[in-house]
Design a protein around this ligand. Structure first.
Ligand SMILES: Nc1ncnc2c1ncn2[C@@H]1O[C@H](COP(=O)(O)OP(=O)(O)O)[C@@H](O)[C@H]1O
Ligand SMILES: [Mg+2]
Length: 346
């Protein structure tokens, strides 16, 4: 069985507004998949459909090849971890994790064994009797993860589970979650609006915007080969400059011709040209086809970030070497640094 979950042509409307616009997505078993996109783009709605908390207006959802439209949440081999952990405040750590197993009326010995395994998995051995309200945010999140995994679901849905944690703890938990997913060998479907989080953790990233999937790919693909300007802009900072694809491997930017590696856009086609700030080098003006004036220089710790105004565009440039504010500089990049994109629809 290749795909554990498939969404086929899923449409959801709320109040006459289309929230999911014909979503197609195949998720492989044991994969770490992340739905990434700005707030309101439909990530949670997609998770709710997979979890069985919402029925689509049309489209098919399959689990291990079988259609599961209409199957209630508790009958799906799927569990969810929410951003607000929804733990039981009057129960201790052990009782919170054991809750679902008690509901299932498993033998006490089995429950003890399974809860113990979960406590080890999330590094909370020794906290069994601790009251939930006396745990840190990170510890509460671990309990929520343990509680969701104790039923041994095949798929775990995680909806911005680290959103409430501070940056340092979030980074630690990202690594923890990845380790847990790999050690249990189950499928994680993870939702975040944080592109760095998505790139760090995922096997596959699904970039969404306004109810549409924009691109599906590995983190490296998504970063290096964004398919349109939305993805390029959302995944890290980019320069997005209008250009004209003159013919295969030749693009015009601000009236100059540049050799690139992209093909298949036809002749004299308007395109968006994406160039990453870290791929640009500042050189003497006489050594570059494009030049401009440095209008801002900011020290960012590892590198400097500079803005160069050239032919009505503001170019963002990152370099370990600073340039002088107000000076004239040349903007240089190679054929491999140029990414040609179709003009975005709409
Ligand atoms: N129950 C609902 N009723 C009406 N509109 C909703 C409902 N749930 C979500 N929406 C709308 O659907 C869109 C997508 O929401 P959601 O899937 O929660 O986005 P995300 O998780 O990506 O931030 C938003 O515009 C939101 O306001
Ligand atoms: Mg959401």
């Amino acid at each position: 069985m290749e795909h554990i979950v498939s969404l086929k042509d899923i449409v959801v409307n709320f109040d006459g507004e289309q929230i999911l616009n014909h979503i197609n997505l195949d998720i492989k078993d044991k994969e770490f998949v992340t739905l990434l996109g700005p707030s309101g783009c439909g990530k949670t709605t997609t998770l709710r459909i997979i979890g069985g908390f919402l029925e689509p207006d049309s489209g098919v959802i399959t689990f291990e090849g079988k259609k599961i439209n209409g199957l209630p949440a508790y009958k799906r081999n799927v569990n969810t971890v929410f951003q607000r952990y929804a733990l039981f405040p009057h129960l201790n750590v052990y009782e919170n994790i054991a809750f679902g197993l008690h509901v299932k009326k498993l033998p006490e010995r089995e429950i003890r064994k399974r809860v113990g395994e979960m406590l080890d998995l999330v590094n909370l051995r020794g906290y069994e009797k601790r009251n939930i309200s006396r745990l840190s945010g990170g510890q509460q999140q671990r309990v929520a993860i343990a509680r969701a995994l104790v039923n041994r679901p095949k798929v775990l849905l995680l909806d911005e589970p680290l959103g409430a944690l501070d940056l340092k703890l979030r980074k630690e938990m990202q690594i923890e979650l990845k380790r847990i997913q790999q050690s249990l060998e189950i499928t994680f479907i993870y939702v975040t609006h944080d592109q760095e989080e998505a790139l760090t953790m995922s096997d596959t990233v699904v970039v969404m915007n306004q109810g549409n999937i924009q691109q599906i790919g590995t983190p490296v693909d998504i970063y290096n080969e964004p398919e349109n300007a939305f993805v390029a802009d959302f995944i890290g900072e980019s320069n997005i400059i209008p250009g004209i694809m003159l013919k295969d491997c030749l693009v015009e930017i601000s009236g100059r011709e540049f050799v690139c590696v992209d093909k298949g856009f036809g002749n004299n086609t308007p395109v968006d040209v994406v160039i990453r700030p870290e791929d640009i080098t500042l050189v003497p003006t006489e050594d570059a086809k494009l030049s401009g004036v440095v209008t801002s220089v900011t020290f960012k710790g590892v590198h400097y970030e500079m803005v160069v105004e050239a032919y009505d565009y503001q170019w963002l440039i990152q370099s370990t070497r600073s340039a002088e504010l107000g000076s004239a500089v040349g903007i240089s990049f190679g054929p491999d640094d140029i990414h040609i994109m179709h003009k975005m629809k709409g």
